[in-house]
Design a protein around this ligand. Structure first.
Ligand code: F6R
Length: 297
């Protein structure tokens, strides 16, 4: 015990000398992020012909993760955009044996105040459109609980579960016409974690198409934060239709700003944005139709 401080000082001194005079003798520490940056370097944008082709590519990228790491963690989204992706994942499961039995999932968001059985709750959506039709273990799926009594405690628990599961390997995202990702509306903190957000009027109007009247559209949602989303090892952001063209222009070619939350994806080391032609109409640069595999040595 008595020698702890001098011993530590000596080790530090030796380490400093080696770093100065013989750096090759020291192990090189490469973080996951630096390896991923070497593989992909940055965000890539891909323009596909239509939502079905987008869904096929997104599902293939997700399937690649599941095959490479059967015990992976997937982050999932709801809304109309990911439906062709889920359809293709179901096909890959049924026809090609894609195995979800060891996969864990975390959904991005859920409306506050809707019971799980409500046909517009994101719980219901996920079970109807994906979980029921693949072999995922029901105990391994997580959708935020919009009926939680203590929502802040629930949000902390949700973040802890993501960490406990080992972090999200692949996060699927849609985008709002106002540039939101999950329900992080314009102005959300770029470092935010899972919490309650008030939905913008525009978002409520966009989503009113799923409800009988505007009055029924929930005003609040539990959403993963932007910081939570950015922690995922890989992102796929999907957008289709002319209504998303301005948000996609800002996301791909605009300055990074909390007023268009999706622009933060530009900072992610491994992000793929897949859009259809109508959503790409305001882009000014040339983008490919297939992902490039960029290996930097
Ligand atoms: C839903 C979500 C939202 C939607 C977005 C686009 O889980 O995270 O951000 O992705 O509102 O919705 P759609 O796909 O219906 O246009």
């Amino acid at each position: 015990m008595l020698y702890t401080v001098p011993v530590r000082q000596t080790i530090c001194w030796l380490y400093a000398c080696l770093r100065e005079y013989l750096p090759s003798a020291l192990p090189t520490h490469r973080t996951t992020t630096s390896i991923e940056q070497e593989e992909f370097f940055a965000m890539e944008v891909i323009i596909k012909e239509n939502p079905e082709a987008m869904g096929k590519l997104a599902a293939e990228l997700i399937a690649e993760v599941v095959r490479r790491k059967p015990k992976c963690v997937l982050g999932l989204a709801t809304g109309s955009t990911p439906l062709p992706t889920y359809k293709e994942l179901i096909r890959l499961h049924k026809n090609e044996g894609l195995d979800f039995s060891r996969v864990t999932t975390f959904n991005l968001d859920e409306y506050v105040g809707l019971v799980h059985e409500h046909d517009q709750s994101y719980h219901y959506f996920m079970w109807e459109n994906l979980f029921k039709q693949i072999n995922v273990n029901p105990k391994s799926v997580h959708v935020p609980d919009g009926m939680a009594k203590d929502i802040p405690a629930f949000c902390r628990w949700y973040e802890e579960q993501i960490v406990k599961a080992g972090g999200v390997d692949m996060q699927l995202l849609g985008i709002g016409s106002n540039g939101h990702i999950a329900f992080n509306e314009p102005g959300s903190s770029l470092g935010s974690r899972t919490r309650v957000k008030t939905l913008d009027d525009g978002t409520r109007q966009d989503n009113a198409r799923f409800f009988k009247s505007m009055n029924e559209v929930p005003k609040y949602a539990i959403t993963m934060g932007i910081g939570t989303i950015m922690d995922a090892r890989q992102l796929i952001l999907l957008a289709n239709g002319a209504g998303k063209a301005e948000a996609i222009k800002q996301t791909c070619e605009g300055p990074i700003t909390a007023m268009v939350p999706a622009t933060v994806v530009q900072l992610h080391p491994k992000a793929t944005i897949i859009v259809d032609k109508p959503a790409a109409t305001k882009l000014t640069r040339d983008y490919p139709a297939e992902p490039r595999v960029l290996v930097l040595n």
